[in-house]
Design a binder for this molecule. Sequence first.
Ligand code: HEM
Length: 406
Amino acid sequence: MTELALHDPLLYDAGFPYERFKELRDNNPVSHHEHPDYEGGYWVVARHADVQAVSRNAEVWRNSPGPFVEIPPGSPPEPDMDLLINLDGHAHIQMRKIVNKGFTPRRVAALEDRLRARVDSLIDALRDRDGADLVHDLALWLPLHVIADMVGVPEEDRAQVFGWTEKTFGFDPDLSMDDRNQAMTDMFLYADALSRQRQEQPTDDLLSLLLEAEIDGHQLTQFQVSSFFMLLQNAGSETTRNLITTGTLALLEHPDQLAKLQADHSILPTAIEELLRYVTPVMYFSRQAAQDTEVGGVPIPEGDRVVMSYVSANRDERAFDDPDGLDLTRAPNDHVAFGAGGPHFCLGASLARIEARIMFEQIVTRFEGLRPDGDPAAMPRVRSNLIDGFAELPITWDAINEALPA
Ligand code: HEM
């Protein structure tokens, strides 16, 4: 039987193929692969040092026309995140300066109390049950609400907006293209109407801030603000959700590490970094060579596409001791789960860290006897070549404790 191509989402259906990437790291660290849509195929960079070298040299390695590798015809499409991630150079810096205003440490920290209350009520809602789906009953709500809080989506519109988000960006292989496109159009029209409202009556939310922000005489158009709303829904929700679900499973599968965290919450910051490394929800971003160049001594012609495998880099024995082990006190931990440095480094990293801290703190404290309800190896995963995670993760428990005092 021929092996599935590395860009084929089906390859990841049974979980990330760690062994195959270890083989690449050891024997073919910058490997070439054929692709039906790319004349020159694409390259996969598997080692940590090489991934960093590509990510940090934005002069040579460009994001445009887009940082994702097309999937084979007939598969559901990867989401089209426009705006920031497709831009390079000056245009990217300008845009980033504006959207950064929405992600200052002060603005992110201000969300914390609301976030904690949201997690409390999500877990409270499970107290009279003895089982749930970690994805749909817990993990997916937090990031969606956080972005809605930031952007200023009214509570009464959220069920609708979250429904569109799931259809547009969720990786449900059964959803038709028409349904997906319709949801995307509806969401865009909604974002457009909301930003129109904010233009007339500004508040202190992110939309108003983005509409007002001006850098070097540039302001975002309303279209750009609405597109950014879509980008945030996508970039902020699938990613954090999978950190929470797969991260929880990783803790359950390492009872010694779970016990360590339960005994001492002060290790949460290093624990989150280690879970990010171990889980790596975003499997790769790619770049295109702006000139003839090389990676790890392998010549790459101008125009060729190079995939930075973040998962492989995060399991690279050259960068981490016992890379397949989970060590919640690992330090230093130079993981590349948010990108490997350079101008496109994840805009939402500090927000994702706060979400994870609060969620994991509550999960390890409030649930007694938490465990997967079935064999995790048999649980359905998201169908994607970009995001690694579970489509469903049934869990069960013995009891749920009262919320922690704030
Ligand atoms: C565990 C959660 C998350 C992970 C693993 C993650 C991962 C990543 C990665 C790998 C990149 C590409 C970096 C690069 O190309 O160098 C990225 C970019 C980005 N992320 Fe995240 N992300 C997470 C959460 C979030 C959240 C919560 C938000 C916003 C609410 C967000 C917004 C963005 C944006 C806007 C970009 C594009 C930045 C640019 O192109 O300048 N992410 N993220």
